[in-house]
Ligand binder design. Structure first.
Ligand code: 3PG
Length: 213
């Protein structure tokens, strides 16, 4: 079973909303070219399932499914080739189905109660979503104190301008965000810009790694 930390190794998880399956392959190529071969493809569009399949079949990018709300969607995501699953909140049904498939899951949790539910389910990494409006870096620092060993993946409201505020926190495993794979960039076919923003993000993450606290 892939560890949930595997897709987090780049410290950045691009969060993708794909409207057209045809964009999946050039998008994956752009992320690979930018040195960020990982993507969370959200189950918010009819194209998501096929897009995951197209990207997973390339073999050079780690593709997960995001916005997974039900056990049935876990089945569909895994069948399409998703190698990790992300959900916006904590759902026992989603977590249990992921365990049945042997697929790592990253559920959302922004309160101590939600975190305890994740811990009781045997997890030690949670998505902190929506990060900016849930208290941002200060909230993560406060929650990290009573939960030593827990790692966070803040997502929502993060970009090149503030990712270091999160990645310099020891308890933060990685950040997620759509800024380098925005819907407007994809629909405009601006894949060179996706690569540039991905490369910039990796550079910023590497710089932040030297300033962890
Ligand atoms: C989302 O749900 O779309 C992700 O959390 C990304 O959020 P962002 O667009 O603020 O980066």
């Amino acid at each position: 079973m892939t560890d949930v930390l595997t897709p987090l190794a780049y410290r950045i998880v691009p969060v993708v909303v794909l409207d057209e399956v045809e964009d999946a392959d050039p998008l994956a190529a752009a992320l690979v070219a930018g040195g960020l071969p990982v993507a969370e493809v959200t189950f918010r569009t009819p194209a998501a399932r096929d897009a995951i399949q197209v990207m997973a079949e390339r073999g050079d990018i780690l593709v997960g499914a995001g916005t997974i709300l039900t056990a049935h969607q876990v089945d569909a995501a895994v069948a399409a080739g998703a190698s990790f699953v992300v959900s916006p909140g904590f759902s026992s049904a989603v977590v249990e189905r992921c365990a049945e498939h042997g697929v790592p899951v990253l559920p959302g949790a922004v309160t101590a109660t939600e975190i305890q539910a994740a811990l009781e389910a045997g997890l030690d990494v949670v998505k902190f979503f929506p990060a900016a409006t849930s208290g941002g870096p200060a909230a993560i620092r406060a929650l990290a104190a009573p939960f030593p060993g827990l790692r966070f993946v803040p997502t929502g409201g993060i970009g090149a301008d503030n990712l270091a505020d999160y990645l310099t926190i020891d308890a933060v495993a990685a950040v997620g965000g759509s800024w380098m794979v925005s819907r407007s960039l994809i629909s405009a076919g601006s894949f060179a810009e996706v690569s540039r923003l991905a490369r910039e993000a990796v550079g910023l993450a590497n710089a932040a790694a030297t300033g962890r606290q």
